[in-house]
Design a binder for this molecule. Structure first.
Ligand code: F6P
Length: 499
């Protein structure tokens, strides 16, 4: 097992010691200095995790033994680190301040289209049809920023469930609607089926000729998009080195650019690039994505804390946990390593989350008192964009209160044992000065790099997703072959579901 070197074994020994967050705070007086990073106001604090200074030092040594810095250079240089698909991983090139030729061309195409659409004022509603990475990223950003920046109304349709599309079409006037078909491969059944239904709806209302003015495509597969009926000029291509769940920064960001303005999209890219530079240049000990990745890895693989809660204390980040689920779980939810061997340690966490304080009234009971531990990642936004100052104070006081409760817990009296809170529940905090496009870009890139770091520590290829294929294939087989199903329970389901 290449990863289980002597440092790994040392980490295993450290994990056997009893670790208490309050004791770490008591015994390590400069702890906050070593476990927090302030990047011009973008602040990360991991001082309340079950990580001692000695453990952190060993984790950094372990990262070096995995050649983390070399892998990072390989990714940024465009080496084909996605080995099972033989592809480079270059989403960082999409936000580089000196973009490569094809990126500059794509950005210029998007900008022209966005400006023209805003000037003409013909289109009032955008419908983005896509799923997974072709939906979650742009949807999350649009929802996060629309309260301050909105220019056009954007709806997102992802599910093959016809209720999803139906609900949106009810809101649309055909002659004022633009459909964006977002699909990297242009083969995804959900997206193509929704797109066909939307096309029929439009043709029914405006005739066949209207398709060219009301449909655009974002895809690496221009030929399939043209076969669907989309004008070549209205296809916004991107390269196969953009992974689906990392594609928000490519032309997949067109819906949010139309909805919020191209300048917003550019600011988002600048924020992400700022984090790319930090990730590339800051020493490992003061590098936010590296620290997040190492500390998460430690809690998952050594302390057996396999659940991760994404807890943004900002309603505008409602869709962040959903975006993060795909980003992290599709990247690192794997048991075969880069060498083709089965790992004997736990890899990517399972993730859930909701904005604070809603989550507090749903699953925080479990977070505070369940024997099954969750690692919590709190996110706070310092400046709100509403005038209700007292509400914002209550919101953020709740974030601090949760952190205190998770750290120190509470001793219960003998007659009320159910009031016992053990404390020492590990969590980190990320603070953004405001929810500007720039800071949001920083936040999202932080998560991308954290997940990259963890993939290296676990010796995984974080950039393929073979685990989603089998279910898709079998759904198709069920449709093609419903009368010949041999699995007894599945046959019964086919009958009861009237397939
Ligand atoms: O099913 C998984 C997946 O391949 C994701 O990785 C991807 O984001 C999503 O499907 C959508 O794929 P596409 O953009 O090709 O339609």
């Amino acid at each position: 097992m290449p990863n289980k070197n002597t440092i790994w074994q040392q980490l295993e020994r450290l994990a056997k010691q009893s670790i208490s967050v309050p004791n770490l705070i008591k015994n390590e007086p400069n702890r906050l200095d070593h476990f927090s990073v302030d990047l011009d106001g973008f602040y990360f604090d991991a001082s309340k995790t079950r990580t001692s200074q000695q453990t952190l030092d060993s984790l950094i040594t372990y990262a070096k033994s995995c050649n983390l810095e070399d892998w990072r250079s390989k990714m940024f240089a465009g080496e084909r680190i996605n080995n099972t698909e033989d592809r480079a991983v270059l989403h960082t090139a999409l936000r580089a301040s000196n973009p490569r030729k094809e990126v500059a061309k794509s950005l210029a195409h998007m900008k022209r289209f966005v400006q023209q659409t805003h000037q003409e004022k013909r289109i009032k509603t955008i419908v983005n049809i896509g799923i997974g990475g072709s939906d979650l990223g742009p949807r999350m950003v649009y929802e996060a920023l629309k309260s301050t920046q909105q220019k056009l109304n954007v709806y997102y349709v992802s599910n093959i469930d016809g209720h999803d599309l139906q609900a949106v079409l009810k809101q649309c006037e055909a002659d004022k609607t633009l459909f964006i078909i977002a699909s990297k491969t242009f083969t995804t059944i959900e997206t193509l089926t929704n797109a066909e239904t939307a096309k029929k709806w439009l043709v029914n209302k405006l005739g066949q000729n209207a398709v060219k003015d009301h449909f655009v495509a974002l895809s690496t597969n221009s030929q399939a998009a043209q076969e669907f009926g989309i004008d070549a000029d209205n296809i916004f291509p991107f390269e196969d080195w953009v992974g689906g769940r990392f594609s928000l920064w490519s032309s997949i960001g067109l819906s949010l650019s139309l909805g919020l303005g191209f300048d917003v999209f550019e600011e988002l890219l600048h924020g992400a690039e700022n984090m790319d530079q930090h990730f590339l240049n800051a020493p490992l000990e003061q590098n936010i994505p590296v620290l997040m990745g190492l500390i998460g890895f430690w809690h998952i693989s050594f302390l057996n804390i396999h659940a991760l809660a994404c807890l943004p204390y900002d309603q505008r980040l409602e869709f962040l946990p959903l975006w993060l689920q795909q980003l992290d779980m599709e990247s690192n939810g794997k048991e075969i390593d880069r060498n083709g061997d089965k790992v004997d340690y736990i890899t990517g966490p399972y993730i859930y989350g909701q904005p604070g304080t809603n989550g507090q009234h749903a699953f925080y009971q479990h977070i505070h008192q369940s024997p099954l531990l969750t690692f919590c990642e709190f996110i706070g936004v310092i400046e709100p964009n509403h005038p209700y100052k007292n509400q914002h104070e209550i919101l953020l006081a709740n974030l601090v209160g949760q952190s205190l409760a998770l750290t120190n817990g509470q001793e219960a009296s003998k007659d009320e044992p159910y009031k016992q809170f053990n404390g020492s529940r590990p969590h980190s905090v990320l603070l953004l000065p405001s929810l500007s496009p720039f800071h949001l870009g920083q936040l999202l890139a932080t998560y991308e790099h954290k997940i990259f770091v963890q993939g290296i520590l676990w010796n995984l290829n974080s950039f393929d997703q073979w685990g989603v294929e089998l279910g898709k294939t079998l759904a198709k087989k069920v449709l093609d072959d419903k009368n010949n199903e041999t699995d007894v329970a599945a046959k019964e389901l086919v009958k009861r579901l009237k397939l």
